[in-house]
Design a protein around this ligand. Structure first.
Ligand code: 6SY
Ligand code: ZN
Ligand code: ZN
Length: 245
């Protein structure tokens, strides 16, 4: 049972040296985007991949660096590849993703809801879903923007992918106690962490937790922080990581 994760990009929403923090999670039989932001179509192309090589996407929340590539993904799959990709998304985000994000560009006769474009798999948060023999996923609602739903992702109950979330030391502690052995966390290197965890906050975690954290969703200042992130390495874009063995 092996699950791999390759990041198309590891950058913050405003980063220009690193593409949006979007990944491709894969098992021997399934390949899914984790988020599909503005830069995802180009980043995918630069990796030598095409949309039809993926089975679908898992979506964490509705910011452009996480969903801004879905219009092109949906249209390419519809008109070029003639197949509906799976869209794993929290049940609370199905309607807003269509009404507030995609409808303006995608609605036309025959395309009137998200289900007309994607094979929508609405996920109930805190519930585990089997993707295939090797992989299960569970969404956990985590705080990001006040009054907006946003989710982190637990893979096989052992790998935690924060997506975008504020510093939640108690949650991280609890996850470790429940058996999580690897955490990929978004990280704001400069400025106040209003909607993301800052590096200063993450550096305050006990060494035992830091030692299982890798940093993603970082800004273009990354090079100034090499060697200054405690026990927490940066996730490298394009590197293929085995996240579950
Ligand atoms: O209240 C807010 C809302 C947003 N923002 C910025 O806009 C970005 C949107 O994508 P993101 O969630 O990856 O990162 C966010 C921040 O960089 C912010 O600083 N404060
Ligand atoms: Zn983001
Ligand atoms: Zn966000």
């Amino acid at each position: 049972m092996t699950v791999k994760l390759q990041m198309l990009g590891t950058g913050s929403a405003f980063a220009k040296q690193y593409a949006n923090n979007n990944g491709i999670i894969s098992t021997s039989s399934t390949k899914l985007f984790i988020d599909c932001g503005i830069t995802a179509p180009l980043a995918l192309h630069q990796l030598g991949l095409t949309f039809d090589q993926l089975d679908g996407a898992i979506i964490t929340h509705l910011h452009g660096d996480h969903v801004g590539g879905l219009e092109e993904y949906g249209f390419q799959m519809m008109f070029r590849y003639k197949r509906k990709p799976k869209l794993y998304i929290a049940n609370t985000l199905v309607e807003p993703l269509w009404e507030h994000t995609l409808k303006g560009g995608m609605s036309q006769p025959g395309l009137e809801c998200l289900e007309d474009v994607f094979d929508v798999q609405p996920l109930v948060p805190d519930t585990s879903y089997v993707i295939d023999d090797e992989c299960s996923i569970r969404l956990i609602q985590t705080p990001h923007i006040p009054n907006k739903s946003s989710y982190s992702l637990l893979v096989n109950e052992t790998f935690f992918y924060s997506a975008d979330m504020r510093f939640q030391p108690q949650l991280l502690e609890q996850l470790v106690q429940q058996g999580v052995s690897s955490i990929w966390h978004d990280c704001q290197l400069v400025g106040a962490g209003e909607v993301h965890a800052t590096i200063t906050e993450l550096l305050s975690l006990p060494p035992a937790i830091q030692s299982i954290i890798s940093l993603m969703h970082y800004g273009d200042e990354r090079s100034e922080w090499e060697g200054r992130t405690g026990l927490m390495p940066f996730v490298e874009p394009h590197h293929v990581y085995t996240i579950v063995t």
